[in-house]
Design a protein around this ligand. Structure first.
Ligand code: SAM
Ligand code: FES
Length: 359
């Protein structure tokens, strides 16, 4: 329990964060550690005001197409890691991906997010052809890639083929913590280099971290906030860590919805015009997680456009939601959820304000 003096001090920190977009490390830590629903309401009210200043009541839609669950990597936390022999692998053909886009377009999606494991089958040539074809068929849509670490030249080719955005979570901004979550074959340095390359090439870039990942403490999260300030991404994707039964972190606790939504508000106040999704993982730890995320300052949702048959095979963590519904059901459900918060889903590419163009 915190006393009334502490409550006033914490509110002053929220005011300061809103005014200056910054706090000291220890002040950030106090805000993140304050588990008080009244304070959360105060903080999220400020975050909503700021998001409305930039984006009004609009919530942007992204159609997520999980096109392969093959992965050459072995992130210790991830259900589709290479060493997990208990899952059935799949990859979608170009025609199947294009058919997801066509269905998505009819349903009002104007951004397609192609996400997958790091699957060597999707060479630059295969991706270039796919991206060109999507842009040819849907010139008014944005293409976002989320396919992990590649060479700078590869990122450049995909950008030149028409990809607009790239999501690559940094996962943690602490190199030691990164080592705890990944095998030696992966490096923090390379992850960050990839993000810098993507920015330099001209992508709208998204980074982010899991909340409550094994070994993470409050100061790790403060480091993540500092990292976001430095890299100034157009998007920040955060969601709670959720254990997967076939990983070494199977017995670990999931990150909390409360800390995730508090972080969403902090990030909104720190980077006022950033694009901030209320993620599926947040909806998976709390039945109303995505609504809570929107009310904490998030302005993007990413319903699943993957074919129903493959959804159960793209399980990064246990108890993932939306694996039984088809795209139309997902969008209907999402639209109802968003409306209940007082915000509205809109048909738009939903670019970051710095990249806005006439639609
Ligand atoms: N391979 C690409 C990459 O690494 O960026 C994209 C796919 S990867 C599976 C997408 C994201 O899922 C990761 O960046 C990670 O943050 C998240 N993720 C993986 N396992 C998770 C888990 N157990 N709980 C929550 N999020 C998880
Ligand atoms: Fe595939 Fe981490 S397990 S990128």
């Amino acid at each position: 329990m915190i006393n009334s003096g502490e409550k006033i001090e914490l509110r002053q920190l929220a005011d300061k964060l809103e005014e200056t977009n910054d706090l000291s490390d220890s002040e950030f830590a106090s805000v993140l550690l304050c588990d008080d629903p009244e304070f959360d309401e105060y903080l999220s009210g400020k975050a909503r005001n700021v998001r409305e200043k930039y984006y009004g009541k609009d919530v942007y839609l992204r159609g997520l197409i999980e096109f392969t669950n093959y992965c050459r990597n072995n992130c210790y936390y991830c259900g589709i890691r290479k060493s997990n022999k208990n899952i059935e692998r799949y990859r979608l053909s170009e025609e199947e991906i294009l058919s997801c886009c066509r269905r998505g377009y009819e349903l009002g999606f104007r951004t397609f997010v192609l996400q997958g494991g790091e699957d060597p089958y999707y060479t630059d040539a295969v991706m270039v052809q796919l991206i060109r074809e999507i842009k040819k068929r849907h010139p008014d849509c944005a293409v976002t890639l989320s396919i992990g670490e590649r060479e700078k030249e590869s990122y450049r080719k995909l950008f030149e083929a028409g990809a607009d955005r790239y999501l690559l979570r940094h996962e943690t901004a602490d190199a030691k913590h990164y080592e705890m979550l990944h095998p030696e074959t992966m490096s923090y340095k390379n992850r960050i280099q990839c993000l810098e390359d993507l920015k330099e090439i001209g992508y709208q870039v998204g980074c982010g971290m899991m909340v409550g990942s094994p070994g993470q403490d409050t100061m790790n999260l403060v480091k993540d906030l500092r990292f976001l300030q430095k890299i100034r991404p157009e998007m920040v994707g955060i969601g709670p860590f959720i254990p997967h039964h076939d990983t070494i972190f199977a017995g670990c606790r999931a990150g909390s919805a409360e800390l995730t939504t508090r972080l969403l508000s902090v990030i909104r106040l720190m980077l006022p015009d950033v694009l901030l999704p209320a993620t599926t993982a947040l909806g998976s730890v709390d039945a109303f997680g995505r609504e809570k995320g929107i009310l904490a300052g998030a302005n993007v949702v990413m319903p699943n456009l993957s074919p129903r048959e493959v959804r159960k095979k793209y399980l990064l963590y246990d108890n993932k939601i939306c694996i039984g519904d088809d795209a139309a059901a997902c969008i209907g459900c999402m639209s109802a959820r968003v409306s209940k918060t007082g915000y509205q889903l809109i048909v738009s590419r939903g670019d970051h304000v710095r990249f806005k163009r006439t639609e």
